[in-house]
Design a protein around this ligand. Structure first.
Ligand SMILES: *Cc1c(COP(=O)(O)O)cnc(C)c1O
Length: 426
């Protein structure tokens, strides 16, 4: 049953109980797993036999959910991490080391921007940021002989810029490196980046996949399409012996699963950002209803974006579902069924009007979170970008009156009634 549709995969992929086994995915809340002989366990440490021995390296609950997410994205293998930040760090660090370089789209999540611009720099990995809307020539100019990867987000959080995936995939492949795409906002329900040339996909499962704001988590999925062996020893961590693992050559021993196996047996072993089985169980419940929720999130976002766009107190709405939006055409190409449930807008009254609007909301929660079942709202100038003055805000592309609104799955009339009364007070 591998050719089922995504709605079906969300329920059935990754775990198929046999006769008499539980229908719900069991929580294997155990750090360790028992063996009968010394040699049996020794074979596991050599990666010569398959089996569970310690939850930092593998756990049946975690593995089932990873397999489900791999199926949703159309990849060959996946690994779950304890946060989206850990996922993006591992995805890059799995193929980059001190002396290497990454090309990244500029409109990315703030945490990932800091990871690339500050923390990875301290580890000796440099990054050049390119405008997400840059021409192929401008993107090509950012590459260096030591470039090992390209990074971007399908729908940028919070800029809501839609990525031209094929443009970035071509730039990466022309320079013999993989494209890593953070697909958190679109989710595999609306966009599957592997179908457009991406090689590795990452997620903050904290957002729509969990969907209820319950737990922080991440995922990395490999398409299995990038040929690590084809470019000499450019990706030598995958193509030459790993002395910390008895001289294993990942591409030789694991083929298409090389990248994920290395992330597990090396990065997870040494850095340890594993999610708990209990959190993976909760993530799995979120995944079961993902397509239903995404449909409603996108429907509500469309109606609300149209409502705000027509409102006299609103100066601008950013949402790729509006035909007037700069990213409408790219969204139609890459995610024709919808983008995501997050929109942003500006009030004509600027900063003060935005604060009055926010403080008048009754249904929408003021939260530093997005992409969950309840409607949430944030005023970047008062919250995430609070330390900046108006000139610095302008440089960061955040106007003082900008409001980020993450539409939940409430009835849209109730959301609009709340926005309407708050706009009256703005
Ligand atoms: C939230 C988010 C992250 C970081 O994920 P955490 O789970 O909070 O660590 C990374 N990328 C995107 C696009 C996000 O929205």
């Amino acid at each position: 049953m591998s050719n089922t549709r995504i709605e079906t995969k969300c329920l059935h992929a990754g775990y198929s109980p046999s006769k008499g086994e539980p229908c719900a995915l069991p929580i294997y809340q155990s750090t360790t797993f028992k063996y009968d002989t010394t040699d049996e366990m020794g074979q596991l440490f050599d990666l010569k036999a398959d089996g569970y021995f310690y939850t930092r390296l593998a756990n049946p609950t975690n593995d089932a959910v990873a397999a489900k997410i791999a199926a949703l994205e159309g990849g060959v293998a996946a690994i779950l991490t304890s946060s989206g930040q850990a996922a993006n760090f591992y995805a890059i660090f799995n193929i980059c080391e001190a002396g290497d370089h990454v090309v990244s789209a500029s409109t990315i999540y703030g945490g990932t921007f800091n990871l690339l611009a500050v923390t990875l720099k301290k580890l000796g990995i440099d990054c050049t940021f390119v405008d997400t809307d840059a021409s192929p020539e401008e993107i090509a100019a950012a590459f260096k002989p030591n470039t090992k990867a390209v990074f971007a987000e399908t729908i940028a959080n919070p800029a809501l810029v839609v990525l031209d995936i094929e443009k970035f995939a071509k730039a990466a492949h022309d320079h013999e490196v993989p494209l890593i795409v953070d697909n958190t906002f679109a989710t595999p329900v609306n966009c599957r980046p592997f179908e457009w040339g991406a090689d590795i996909v990452t997620h903050s499962t904290t957002k729509y996949m969990d969907g209820h704001g319950l737990q922080v988590g991440g995922a990395i999925i490999d398409s299995g399409n990038f040929d690590w062996d084809a470019y000499g020893n450019k990706f030598h961590g995958l193509t030459t012996p790993d002395e910390s693992y008895h001289g294993i050559i990942y591409t030789k021993q694991f083929g298409k699963a090389a990248y994920i196996t290395k992330a597990t047996s090396q990065l997870m072993r040494d850095l340890g950002a594993i999610p708990s089985p209990n959190n993976c169980f909760l993530l799995n419940i979120g995944l079961e209803t993902l397509p239903l929720r995404i449909e409603r999130h996108c429907y509500n976002a469309q109606i609300v974006a149209e409502y705000l766009n027509a409102h006299e107190k609103v100066s601008k709405v950013n949402f790729a579902g509006l035909p007037t939006d700069k990213y409408y055409d790219l969204a139609q190409k890459y995610m024709p069924n919808g983008t995501c449930g997050v929109i942003s807008f500006e009030l004509k009254g600027g900063r003060d009007a935005s604060v009055r609007f926010m403080d008048s909301l009754e249904l929408a929660n003021i939260c530093t979170h997005v992409a969950a079942s309840k409607t949430m709202v944030l005023h970047p100038a008062s919250h995430t970008h609070r330390q900046m003055n108006d000139a610095q805000l302008a440089e960061a592309g955040v106007s003082p009156g900008l409001i980020r609104l993450s539409l939940g799955i409430e009835h849209v009339d109730d959301i609009i009634a709340d926005l309407d009364q708050a706009l009256k007070n703005a």
